[in-house]
Design a protein around this ligand. Structure first.
Ligand code: NAD
Ligand code: ZN
Length: 238
């Protein structure tokens, strides 16, 4: 049977679906990933991107952090693509679909998905590190230099999990529960190299594990179905 046809059948037959995605889900919306061919890691910066978006760098060089962040992580004018849209449609059609995402761009919600677990937070939420006042992403985009709280003057920080920071416990637990309960797990657009997120797929004990990614991943051999293709090519046929 053709691979896409197999996947379509499994989607139809499954009661609980988890879609576990990474940066590759949003490249077709124009947001670069980290490790793909046009990814940020292949561009030249004064520091490695992992270093810039780490907790210690944020506190040491906030001007530099925000300069990079504004250019590379904050563009807010992107739209969901066919993958985000099809996932939202399945949910609207009454399927139990949980999206567990490593992305911070908010595009699943923009497409209409309701059950979205954001393992690494979201650029759309930002807060003052002292008084916890919250700010929209536009506030960070439009601030000159380092954004500071209008109420108390402290630095405003994105609600994004930086390197050297730990994941939100509740989000992690909800993700484990959703994966444990799923009968179909679709893993897509992720190099599966960022932990602990990548380790979550070990909790799956359902029927079918499907991996969709342009490049090979360390988990290819464990999947029941592997598609090395663009997500847009796959989801436009689902
Ligand atoms: P990654 O950059 O490590 O890997 C992305 C993978 O997706 C690559 O293997 C690439 O081959 C594949 N890919 C790219 N475009 C694809 C497409 N159209 N169809 C199928 N596969 C495609 O990304 P990661 O594993 O998510 O880890 C990177 C970390 O960076 C994550 O923690 C995430 O939080 C963050 N990040 C987020 C965004 C975003 O929010 N859109 C963007 C860049 C990085
Ligand atoms: Zn404040």
């Amino acid at each position: 049977m053709e691979k896409i046809e197999q996947l379509r059948q499994w989607v139809n037959q499954s009661r609980h679906i988890v879609f576990f995605g990474g940066a590759g889900v949003s490249t077709e919306s124009g947001i670069p990933d980290f490790r793909g061919v046009d990814g940020l890691y292949r561009q030249k910066f004064e520091y490695m991107p992992e270093e810039i978006i780490s907790r210690s760098f944020f506190w040491r060089r906030p001007e530099y952090f925000y300069n990079f962040y504004r250019q590379k992580m904050l563009p807010l004018d992107h739209d969901p693509n066919v993958t985000h849209n099809v996932l939202a449609r399945w949910e609207q059609e009454g399927k139990d679909v949980t999206v567990v995402t490593q992305n911070i761009d908010g595009l699943h919600q923009k497409a209409g998905s309701q059950k979205v677990l954001e393992l690494h937070g979201s650029v759309l939420r930002n807060y003052c590190v002292s008084c916890r006042a919250s700010y929209p992403a536009e506030f960070l985009r439009d601030a000159a230099g380092v954004p500071t709280c209008t109420k108390c003057g402290s630095i405003v920080k994105p609600d994004v999990v930086l390197y050297e920071e730990s994941l939100n416990t509740k989000t992690l637990e909800q993700s484990v529960a959703a994966i444990e309960n799923a009968d179909l797990l679709i893993v897509a657009g992720t190099s599966l190299t960022v932990y602990p997120a990548a380790g979550l797929i070990r909790y799956f004990r359902g029927r079918h594990l499907v991996l969709i990614n342009l490049d090979e991943t360390p988990y290819d051999s464990q999947a029941d179905l592997v598609l090395h293709d663009k997500l847009g090519n796959v989801f436009s046929k689902l």
